[in-house]
Design a protein around this ligand. Structure first.
Ligand code: C2E
Ligand code: CA
Ligand code: CA
Length: 671
């Protein structure tokens, strides 16, 4: 009920206290007034009456010592002096036959009819009449009555004076109480209002102001303290949220959002100060493979290790941010190209050393693209785009670091164009296979060829697979391209197989085609329709392609195998699988990556690896092909190590069909 009233009136605490106290007093004060005046009046009347009775008793006592006849004068004088006392304004002595003796002082004027009162105020005549029986000493024993009138007006005056005084005191009290309360509620409500203002500020998001009050009241102080605690918690929470919104959870580095913001600020500042600065875009090489083959938790640990290593390479004032999965970006303030390249080199050196994660010895590289403000761009978007172009140049050409130059725009543009042309080019038949021979090291005979595609672009000329394969993979066209090639050039493949004894054709299969059975089905169809002998066909898959989804790969590979197609593991040594694990798959051949072979000497670090790989592969019943053979000495070494096959520029670069058939003819003639 009270709550509802407070609510409807919209009262504040102080007003509520004030209103309730006023209400209480309005009810209480008249009652108090009544009670006090009543008590005072009753007391005064009683005193008045007692006094009147005492006085008239005394008078009667004095008269009873008189002789009515002898002391008549003395009696009169006694009565007169009683009247002169001021309290009595009327005295009669009534005897037998209503005989009256009155005072000599004429009270006739004031005399009224005698109406005996039982209490003060009776008969409203302002006189308190009493009647007392008494005897004179002489002459006889007859009873007389003394009738005395006491003046009540004085008493009434006194009472009304007292009433006024009580009103005055109560009013004073009331005013005092209200003043004290107003003062006290102000003492409470002022700090409360201040706190309310603070809370409003906080609610409006202004968490900067520190809370304080001058109040000495412990409740208010505690409330202030609690609110201040709440404000600090909010400030902390806001900071944490802001940090979360602007930083990467995993590495704790600024995220893309914060990076973009800082880049904007840096542009503004550098433009004002006429300074240059650098934007570095860092993309980790082969991180995706680690993530796909070893799993995300190891990938996450790698990212954490790499980012803390990179942080060591930059100054406090610079910004290192994680802007994508394995993409990082750096702002180097007040830096030109030379400084930027030095720092980029330092970052690569920091990243490169191998490290251990859960028993896996891993090594990561990075490609860094650099753009410089204001030479390469004067706004954040352009700078990012240019360092992106530079980074792709670094990545595609294995440069490690590349800075932007206008020619790169062409490469970038070219990629866009190629992507655009890709689908049409397949239909137009712009792709042509080249063949590179694979030599049996024991018999020295040609055992087969690897099919390596080339794109003969009508405007851009010959385009190599390192350029178009990633684009085709990105556009999900690689399976279609592989299938188209086999189908379209089936006659060439058949020709090579049929005209040479035990001749094999190796076809490269992209990782995505190991996850999807579409290519498998179309190859199966082609083999059937074009009567390609499956036993003479090898598919080459990288170990990382297998490890991306080992279960699915095992399924697809065994289906290829059940068609009769053989399986080679390509680029062996660059991934993260082990031979022991690969043994579970229906693999017949291992191709050791050319990075181990091309410069192989007995002294090189790779030698023991190559040696062990060959031995182990043989133990597991696999044949071994060494890729990238360029020198005669390599052949000698490979023979010593009992490697089965060799492939490389030493024998022949990849050739178109006509050239390769001619070359095979010549080779066979020579041997
Ligand atoms: P890969 O499967 O490792 O093929 C071997 C690459 O090494 C070929 O490059 C070949 O020309 C080159 N090579 C051969 N011998 C030597 C040598 O002695 N020294 C050096 N330095 N290199 C040598 P290419 O033809 O440019 O192909 C590059 C990659 O493109 C291939 O690497 C393969 O992964 C991919 N590729 C080529 N054709 C196809 C295709 O039809 N489908 C798919 N999915 N990938 C293909
Ligand atoms: Ca290959
Ligand atoms: Ca290879």
């Amino acid at each position: 009920m009270v709550n509802r009233i407070i609510q409807s009136l919209g009262l504040s605490t102080s007003r509520y206290i004030l209103a309730s106290i006023i209400a209480t007093h309005i009810l209480l004060l008249p009652f108090l007034y009544q009670t006090i005046t009543y008590a005072y009046k009753a007391n005064s009347f009683e005193q008045f009456e007692t006094h009147a009775r005492d006085l008239s008793g005394l008078l009667a006592d004095v008269l009873s010592t008189k002789h009515l006849l002898d002391d008549f004068k003395s009696i009169s004088e006694t009565l007169d002096s009683a009247i002169l006392g001021g309290k009595i304004n009327y005295i009669d002595i009534i005897g037998r036959d209503d005989f009256i003796i009155t005072t000599t002082i004429d009270t006739i004027l004031t005399r009224k009819d005698f109406l005996e009162d039982t209490a003060v105020g009776d008969h409203k005549d302002n006189i308190f009449y009493m009647k007392i029986p008494f005897f004179f000493k002489q002459p006889d024993n007859i009873s007389y009555h003394l009738r005395v009138g006491f003046d009540e007006s004085q008493l009434n005056d006194q009472i009304s004076l007292a009433k006024n005084l009580i009103i005055l005191i109560l009013t004073g009290y009331f005013i005092l109480i209200i003043t004290i309360i107003i003062f006290n509620t102000k003492y409470i409500s002022t700090p409360l209002r201040q706190l309310r203002k603070f809370s409003n500020e906080i609610a409006n998001g202004n968490t900067e102001i520190e809370l304080h009050t001058q109040s000495k009241l412990t409740d208010v102080q505690e409330l202030t303290h609690d609110l201040e605690k709440m404000r600090l918690t909010l400030v902390n929470l806001a900071l944490r949220m802001q940090h979360k919104a602007t930083h990467d959870d995993l590495t704790g580095l600024p995220n893309r959002f914060l990076f973009t913001d800082r880049l904007h600020n840096t542009v503004t500042l550098a433009a004002r100060k006429q300074q240059s600065f650098a934007v570095l875009l860092i993309d980790l090489d082969r991180f995706k493979e680690i993530n796909d083959t070893l799993g995300h938790s190891i990938g996450d640990e790698v990212l954490t290790i790499i980012s803390s290593r990179m942080s060591k390479g930059i100054r406090e004032s610079d910004t290192l941010a994680r802007i994508g999965g394995d993409e990082f970006a750096v702002i180097l303030i007040d830096a030109g190209l030379i400084v930027a390249e030095t720092i980029a080199r330092k970052i690569i050196q920091l990243i490169e050393p191998s490290f251990n994660v859960h028993g896996h010895s891993l090594k990561i590289g990075a490609s860094i693209g650099i753009s410089i403000f204001p030479d390469d761009g004067s706004n954040p978007g352009v700078l990012m785009q240019k360092s992106d172009i530079a980074m792709y140049n670094a990545k595609n050409n294995n440069l490690g670091i590349a800075s932007y130059h206008p020619g790169l725009d062409f490469d970038h543009y070219e990629n866009l164009l190629l992507t655009h042309d890709l689908k049409n080019s397949i239909i137009q038949g712009e792709f042509k296979p080249k063949f590179q021979p694979i030599i049996n090291l024991k018999t020295k005979e040609i055992s087969g060829c690897e099919l390596l595609l080339r794109w003969e672009h009508p405007e851009m000329g010959l385009i190599l697979p390192d350029k178009f394969i990633p684009l085709a993979e990105k556009e999900n066209l690689i399976g279609e391209l592989t299938h188209w090639t086999i189908k379209h050039y089936a006659s060439q493949l058949k020709d090579l197989i049929n005209h040479h004894k035990n001749f094999t054709i190796s076809i490269n299969i992209s990782p995505n085609d190991l996850l999807d059975s579409a290519l498998l089905h179309s190859i199966r169809q082609t083999i059937k329709n074009d009567e390609l002998p499956a036993e003479n066909i090898y598919i080459e898959v990288t170990e990382n392609a297998i490890m991306k989804n080992p279960i699915r790969s095992a399924d697809i590979l065994s289906q290829f195998r059940s068609l009769g197609i053989n399986i080679s593991v390509d680029d062996f040594g660059t991934g993260y699988s082990s031979l022991a694990y690969l043994q579970k798959f229906p693999i017949s051949t291992l191709k050791i990556d050319k990075s181990f072979i091309t410069n192989l000497t007995k002294e090189s670090n790779n030698y023991p690896i190559v040696s062990a790989t060959i031995t182990m592969a043989h133990d597991l019943g696999m044949r071994v092909v060494a890729e990238g053979v360029e020198h005669e000495e390599t052949i000698t070494l490979l023979n010593e190590l009992e490697c089965d096959f060799a492939q490389g520029y030493y024998y022949r670069q990849p050739q178109y069909f006509d050239e390769i058939t001619q070359w095979i003819k010549n080779y066979n003639k020579q041997s």
